[in-house]
Structures are given as C-alpha cells and as structure tokens.
Ligand binder design. Structure first.
Ligand code: MCA
Ligand code: AMP
Length: 504
C-alpha cells in the first residue's frame, strides 16, 4: 500500500488551479508567476538544493528580500524535505551569526549586496554554503535554478517531520528556534482557510514580509491553499494599497498598516467595494482604529491572535460578532485556556496565563528540550506568556504579557537583548528598555539609561551604538538618561514606574 505523502508542498500542489496559466504571484515590480511557473520554478530550487547536498531534514537559511524567487526557494525547500529558516532582512551580523551557529544550515541564501558580511559570518559555521539570491532573478542560486530540471517529486514527509524553524527571542538569553512540522503547518492553513471562508476567485493583497508567520504561514499559505491570485507587494505602501484594493478581496495586516491606511485620503468604502475580509494581528488593535475603520469603510476588521510557536490560536468569527478589543474564540482544533501557573483553568472573567494546545502548536525549541519542557504544562499545553481573560462565551481579551516584550509595528523586541547592547557601552552603568504608546507603531522602543558619574553619553550615542549591532526596528526611538532606576525590594527594575514616568 502506498503511503500518503504529507509533504506540505504536495498538499498545496493537489489544490493548485487546474488551469496552470492562472496567475499566482502578481509582483509590485511588474514581474509575475503563474501557478504552472510556480510549480516549475520551485522544482528547480528543490533540484538545486539536492545537488548542493541538502538532505531531507537539513536546514536551509534565507535572509533575502521579498520576491518571487524567495517564494520559489521556500517551496523548493519543502519539496526537497529541507527545513526552511527565514530571517528578518533587518538582522545585523551578530543576530545572523547566532542563528547560523545554532541551526547549522547546509545552505544560506543571502542578498547579493550583503554577501561579504554573510560570508564572514558563515566562515565561523562549519558546513554552510553561502549563495546569493537577488529580488530580480539575479544571484548564484537563481542562476543554478535556471539550469535545473522543472520536475521534482516532493520528498516523502510525515506530519511529524520538520518543515521550518523560525527564531523567536525570549525574556532571557538568545533567540530560540521554534520547530514547525509539516503537520503543524497543514493544520494551521486548513483551519484558517475554512474558518475565514476562502472562496474561488478570492484575491489576496499581500503586503507583509515573508520571514514571519503572519506573511508566510497565514497570508501566503491561505492564498496558495485556495489557488488564489496574490497581489504581491514587495513593500508596504499605503497609497498603492488603496489603489489595489478594488482588485482584491482579502487583506491581512498588522495594526500599523490599518493606522496608515486611515491616514490615506482616498481610503473609503468605495475603495473597499470588492473586499470581503480584513484581518489584523501580531499586535493589539486599538479600539479607536477598529471603530474608525468601520466608520470609514463599512468593514469590521477581524482580529485574531497567534504566535511563532504555532501560528493562530484564536480568531473572531467570520459570520458572528467581531468583538472590539478581543481576539475572538479558540479556533477549531485548538484548545485555549486561561490558567494559573500550575495549569488549572481559571473561571471566566479571571486574569491568567493564556495556554494553548493543538495540532498547529509547535514541536518544541530546536535543541532545547529543557526549555521546551519549561514552557509546557504537565498536560501538554504551551504557555504563551500572554495574560488574558476569557469571557463566559469564550471570547479572549489579551490584557498584558508576563514576558518582557515590546511590539513595535508588529515586530517583537525583547528589552533584554537591547539592554545588553546598551550596557556594553563605555560610560553606561545599566539600562532599562520599555515600550511606550506610539500612534503609528503601537509601542515605541524607549531606553532609560544610567551613566557613570562624569560620563557624557548622549541619546545619539546610544542610538548609533544599537543601530550598529541590532536590526533597525530594535533601535530606541527615545533615550532618557536618569540618575538611577526604580527597583522593588527584590532589586527588580520597576518598568511600570518608568512607563508611567515617560508616557507623555
Ligand atoms: C521598520 N522600522 C521600524 C519598524 N519597521 N521601526 C520600528 N518598528 C518597526 N516595526 C524602521 C526601520 O528600521 C527604518 O529605520 C525605518 O523604520 C524605515 O524602514 P522601512 O522598512 O521603510 O519601514 P516601513 O516600511 O514603514 O515598515 C513598517 C512596517 C513593517 C510596514 C509596519 O515594520 C512591517 O512590515 N511590520 C510587520 C511585521 C510582521 O509581519 N509581523 C508579524 C510577526 P531607519 O530609517 O532608522 O533605518 S508576528 C507573527 O507572525 C505572529 C505569529 C502573529 O501573530 O502574526
Ligand atoms: P511572535 O512571537 O513574533 O510570533 O509574536 C507573538 C506575540 O504577538 C504574542 O505572544 C502576542 O503577545 C502578540 N500578538 C499576536 N497577535 C496579537 C493580537 N491580535 N493582539 C495582541 N497581541 C498579539
């Protein structure tokens, strides 16, 4: 009896439109790919990876710009049975070095402009081959793909085989790799596709980066699962979005996207006339944004909640009440509870930790079994680190985080990482990094710094120091120099007091 192949690519391919000339990716740079070309191109990337020695289970890292080629590389990885490791393009040398050293990929695809840096980092990592991939069909990988065959049978995978590792930071220490299996991703996409009622003819307006769950495993996956055309915007431009909405039916974004759209004069009900769904997530959507959006367009944003460690956990309903300020109810197949530390579910209306379990929830942290165990309860729930309240009818409100985290424009910044970089500066005694309310970004990274007596450390010095070492979105938007940091009796910095002091 032949075994079913649960390679995620095989499941996508089984659902691709019968008409191979249907447009899949319609790029904002004027380039596009049909579904037939996507199948052929991704086969070529799979062949190239295999010829480079990539075996099923080997990691393939990519720090490349959003492009048609990046999608083909990703699908090629799935086909070859490799484990895809996407990296934020803003990561600097130190951040990349940690990920490469930890994941030990066999291939590292990089932007041509940054190949010197990539090669320097890779020199310290045994076994990794660096190959360039541009966003316009240029680069070494693209050239190899050009010459490769257009057929490649997807490698046999079971649901428990790894498909991707996405790194996510923690309150302490370095970023950890969240391992996602073919089964996790299959469960995620099939649930969302049905729950958000994708229909033939849907067109996705895709503006998110494709190195995080939201852009890659939520937006792109739902559209591929539906065989949809994807208006593939290589970067977010609110004016272009307003122009493209009348050719689209679904949009997914972070709250900053919605805030910026509301600043566009032409953004109104007429611009949204063909749209059936606006989804928001990755950060809290302010009630003001939710309400202004409804007044301006007649559409109610559907807010959902998830994490790198498993994709989506809760969603407001497609047909029922999309309740402002909530992230909706547990998605089908996902168990969500608000519980105490011991894992006891708390009564409705009580604040506690949000814990989740389901086929979409990750397989653990790469090579960190103890950390994985620590983050799970005895009965197998994953502790998200988010604090919430569940109403009697199951709607969840996220009220805070037990993890020290700032979310800026939908991107996570772990204060500890930024503090460590600032504390290394000559003249600095210590620092505390907090998030302060910001109209555009939701929260703005803010540093509070204590200097040595007589040391002249300016805001510009701190900004320049961090910028040289960490991704741009982690750089403080403001720096306050203080005499000392407020501490409680245990010696812990009272960040709530700092937030109150520096909130305008
Ligand atoms: C860019 N910059 C930022 C941010 N993004 N600063 C703070 N926070 C940000 N999020 C800085 C750059 O470093 C640069 O600084 C300047 O802004 C301009 O950069 P540019 O790339 O042009 O910015 P932008 O186009 O305005 O980007 C804003 C953005 C983007 C569109 C909101 O950040 C974005 O795409 N965010 C979405 C991220 C996302 O997909 N999150 C999902 C992950 P300088 O000028 O000084 O160099 S969370 C997830 O996946 C979970 C599962 C979930 O629930 O969804
Ligand atoms: P990441 O680790 O980058 O996947 O980010 C996941 C975190 O984003 C979650 O733990 C939440 O803190 C936050 N998050 C995602 N969606 C929402 C939402 N709709 N509202 C509030 N926070 C959210």
């Amino acid at each position: 009896m032949s075994q079913t192949n649960d390679n995620l690519y095989q499941h996508f391919a089984d659902r691709f439109p019968a008409d191979a000339s249907a447009v899949c990716l319609d790029g904002s740079d004027g380039r596009s790919l049909t579904y037939g070309e996507l199948a052929a191109q991704s086969a070529r990337y799979a062949s190239v990876l295999a010829s480079l020695g990539v075996q099923p289970g080997d990691r393939v890292a990519a720090q490349v710009d959003k492009s048609l080629e990046a999608v083909c590389l990703y699908l090629g990885c799935l086909r070859a049975g490799a484990v895809f490791l996407p990296m934020n393009t803003a990561y600097q040398q130190g951040e990349v070095a940690h990920l490469l050293g930890d994941a030990r990929p066999v291939v590292f695809a990089v932007r041509p402009a940054l190949q010197a840096m990539a090669r320097e980092v890779a020199a310290g990592v045994p076994g990794v081959q660096v190959l360039t991939l541009g966003d316009d069909g240029s680069g070494e990988l693209a050239a190899l793909a050009e010459a490769a065959p257009t057929d490649f049978a997807p490698v046999q995978r079971s649901r428990s085989d790894l498909a991707a590792i996405l790194y996510t930071s923690g309150t302490t220490g370095k970023p950890k790799g969240a391992m996602l299996t073919h089964g996790n991703l299959l469960a995620g996409v099939s649930t969302l596709h049905a729950f958000w009622r994708f229909v033939p003819g849907d067109v996705l307006l895709h503006v998110l980066p494709i190195f995080h769950i939201h852009g890659l495993f939520v937006a792109l996956h739902c559209a591929l699962w539906n065989g949809s055309t994807i208006r593939f915007e290589l970067r977010f431009d609110a004016t272009r979005v307003v122009r493209l909405l009348p050719q689209s039916t679904v949009f997914m974004g972070v709250p900053t996207h919605y805030v910026r759209l509301l600043d566009e004069p032409g953004f109104d009900a007429e611009a949204c006339r063909t749209m059936r769904l606006f989804v928001s997530g990755s950060a809290p959507l302010l009630p003001d944004t939710f309400q202004r959006f409804a007044e301006r367009t007649g559409h109610t944003i559907l807010e959902r909640y998830g994490m790198t460690e498993g994709g989506m956990f809760t969603s407001n309903p497609y047909a029922g009440e999309r309740r402002c300020g909530t992230v909706g109810q547990a998605l089908p197949g996902v168990s969500v509870r608000v519980a105490d530390e011991a894992g006891n579910a708390l009564p409705a209306g009580t604040v506690g930790g949000i814990q989740v379990k389901g086929a979409n929830v990750f397989a653990g942290y790469w090579q960190l079994p103890e950390k994985t165990a620590e983050e799970h309860t005895a009965d197998g729930y994953f502790k998200t680190g988010d604090l919430g309240v569940m109403a009697a009818d199951g709607y969840v409100n996220i009220v805070g985080r037990s993890k020290d985290l700032v979310i800026s424009g939908g991107l996570n910044v772990y204060p500890k990482e930024v503090e460590e970089v600032i504390d290394d500066m000559p003249g600095v005694v210590e620092s505390a990094v907090i998030g302060l309310p910001h109209a555009d970004l939701g929260e703005a990274v803010t540093a509070v710094v204590v200097c040595r007596p007589g040391a002249a450390v300016s805001e510009a010095d701190v900004v320049a120091h961090v910028k040289a070492r960490l991704a741009g979105f982690k750089v403080p938007r403001a720096v306050h120099v203080v005499e000392d940091l407020p501490r409680n009796t245990m010696g812990k910095v009272q960040k709530n007091l700092l937030r109150a002091q520096f909130t305008a």
